[in-house]
Design a protein around this ligand. Structure first.
Ligand SMILES: Cc1cc2nc3c(=O)[nH]c(=O)nc-3n(C[C@H](O)[C@H](O)[C@H](O)COP(=O)(O)OP(=O)(O)OC[C@H]3O[C@@H](n4cnc5c(N)ncnc54)[C@H](O)[C@@H]3O)c2cc1C
Length: 565
């Protein structure tokens, strides 16, 4: 049983999390390590005891569509009721909205444990928590008073309902329309697709947090945020119907629905024409949740690979019994690479959460600066964790050899589940373009500069610090080059993904350095530091490769017109 190892790592990471001193100064009551350690342990117990055994059951046969309703797998309903009943949906919800008011830093640690147990199960919790937080801020009092407690208790659930067949990355092309009805409600007509938990049998009512077009103003200016319940207050149908659920590679326990809306009654949330702005808070929180999602899945795969490598015996002196495969240098390399990536991604996820906490809890005058930092870290955390989950699952499969490719071991399931993490909530490409256009060009690199200043503040006189200092200089230099390419956007966009990767590597170097300098010297620290040290040893070479790729320009894309046409 390896959850206790993950708990030890998480508690240590929490105790040295970046920006913790700032959070303690801003909101001393929010930081209580004794409580945090107990909450993390209880989350691990719930994840291991209740959710983990369910994951294989949810995978096959998965959710199905029967007589127009989604039917979830055996045990799903009971587990959801226990999850909600034990209060796991309300950790970070503000106290005045009926929540526990705990920081996102702690929630993020717990989410990693739940996702390690089952990302398909945890996919429902995320829109629920984040919709409750958004409605607590933005809904009118009557809507807030009805919906927030129901979502917080898990009796009702929520979706984020944006995508349409012709509006995926390009939200401005949303066609679903909403018009005022005569009864104070709005009427919504259109079709949404790929909606996670768009229908299910786990709760009595589902509220779709939907972007729909309420005027002919071009682009996103015509979009408003509406709350569209699947049934009316009296329980009757509200013109919302599941048209299909997707057959997909993984996440079979999380139904992905095409939903039709025919004059469905809806409540406007926030101001008309400011849908994206109103949804902003929920979207940021959902993006943050992608980070522990990826780390949790990667941790699961790593734990399986490590356990297997200690048991499986192959190779060595033919005259002697075979040795554990963990004794082979190439297997050690694979395991340490996975471990290093997991530890630094964990640290980046927690750093992002702390920055988000400070964007809400710091003195008013400092909040914009913390938000800028959070917005720089979030695409890094989101995308790096997404790819981490897939890569580490794939590496774990490699360590298991043929066994890893079979259903007898859970790594093929993790691999299938993880592939979509770099697609939903903004593809890798869109995160990279966003980093370039918004964070570097529009915001003038403010978030990045804050990151660089924080990281430089952690440097010491040791050789590891010198290594990380050189990486920080390198990313700053590449950013300056891309910053100067605003007039030739195609050159910069051709390097955007490499730049995002570069930022991720350098942020990882910063976390590895912090582990080496601040984690302590007991057995838990030594374990984390071994992973960090290995990670740093290969990092300079990887940083250099991405730095060069980021600044190659677009010329290398030219001349392929016939091929791509
Ligand atoms: C399992 C699953 C669950 C989902 N859950 C939800 C949900 O709950 N709610 C919801 O609203 N949506 C959900 N989605 C939809 C998801 O958010 C979209 O699939 C995603 O945003 C990408 O949109 P798309 O699939 O239309 O791809 P496209 O936008 O068609 O993109 C295809 C490719 O083109 C690239 N590309 C597109 N535009 C640009 C550009 N301007 N510059 C550079 N590259 C570009 C992309 O990076 C990508 O590689 C889910 C999807 C899946 C698969």
């Amino acid at each position: 049983m390896t959850y206790p190892r993950q708990v030890e790592a998480l508690v240590r990471h929490l105790s040295i999390a970046p920006f913790l001193d700032d959070l303690t100064r801003a909101d001393p009551e929010a930081v209580d390590f004794q409580i945090w350690a107990v909450v993390v342990e209880q989350a691990a117990r719930f994840a291991e005891g209740v959710i983990d055994p369910l994951d294989a059951v949810l995978d096959r046969p998965g959710a199905t569509l029967s007589s127009g309703r989604v039917v979830t797998g055996p045990g799903h309903r009971e587990a959801w009721a226990r999850f909600a009943g034990d209060g796991w949906l309300t950790l970070a919800l503000p106290e005045d909205a009926g929540g526990q008011g705990l920081p996102l830093l702690l929630t993020t640690a717990c989410e990693e444990l739940f996702n390690r147990a089952s990302s398909a199960f945890t996919m429902l919790a995320t829109p629920n928590r984040t919709a409750a937080a958004m409605l607590a801020k933005a809904a009118d009092a009557a809507t807030r008073d009805v919906w927030v407690p129901k979502l917080a208790s898990g009796e009702w659930t929520a979706t984020i309902c944006i995508s349409e067949p012709d509006a995926g990355s390009d939200v401005a092309r949303i066609r679903t329309r909403a018009a005022r009805g005569g009864d104070g409600l709005w009427r919504v007509t259109g079709e949404k697709c790929w909606i996670s938990y768009g229908d299910h049998d786990l709760a009595a009512r589902i509220g779709h947090c939907m972007l729909a077009r309420t005027s002919d103003a071009p682009g996103v200016r015509g979009l408003s945020l509406l709350l569209v319940p699947d049934r009316r207050d009296d329980g009757s149908a509200n013109g919302v119907a599941v048209r299909r659920i997707e057959e997909k590679l993984g996440l079979h326990g999380s139904p992905t629905c095409v939903i039709g809306f025919e004059q469905a009654g809806a409540i406007l949330i926030g101001d008309e024409g400011r849908g994206l702005q109103t949804l902003f808070h929920m979207m940021l929180l959902m993006r943050l949740s992608c980070a522990p999602q990826g780390v949790g899945v990667a941790e699961a795969a790593l734990a399986t690979a490590l356990g297997y490598a200690q048991e499986r015996r192959q190779g060595g002196d033919p005259a002697a019994p075979p040795v554990q495969i963990v004794a082979h240098a190439d297997v050690q390399r694979q395991l340490l690479r996975m471990a290093g990536r997991v530890e630094v991604a964990r640290g980046i996820a927690l750093a992002s959460a702390a920055a988000m906490d400070l964007a809400e809890r710091a003195p008013e005058a400092d909040r914009a600066g913390w938000l800028a930092l959070a917005q720089f870290l979030l695409p890094i955390a989101k995308d790096q964790s997404a790819r981490l989950a897939f890569d580490v699952s794939s590496d774990a499969l490699q360590v298991l050899g043929g066994a890893g490719y079979t259903r007898e071991w859970p790594v093929e399931r993790r691999l299938r589940d993880a592939r979509v993490f770099a697609v939903f909530e903004g593809t890798s490409g869109i995160q990279a373009i966003d980093m370039l256009h918004r964070r570097l060009w529009r915001d003038g690199g403010e978030g990045m500069n804050r990151f660089l200043a924080s990281a430089r503040g952690d440097l010491g006189d040791d050789p590891d610090s010198a290594t990380v200092a050189a990486m920080l200089d390198r990313v700053e230099g590449v950013a300056a080059t891309l910053g100067g390419w605003r007039g030739t956007a195609r050159d910069a966009e051709a390097g955007a993904t490499a730049f995002l990767d570069l930022c991720g590597l350098v942020a990882g170097g910063w976390i590895a350095l912090r582990l080496l300098r601040f984690a302590g010297d007991d057995p838990v620290a030594l374990r984390l530091q071994a992973a960090a040290r290995f990670h740093l040893a290969e990092l300079t070479a990887r940083v250099e490769a991405e730095a060069q790729l980021a600044t190659l320009g677009a010329a290398r894309l030219d001349g392929f017109g016939d091929y791509l046409a």
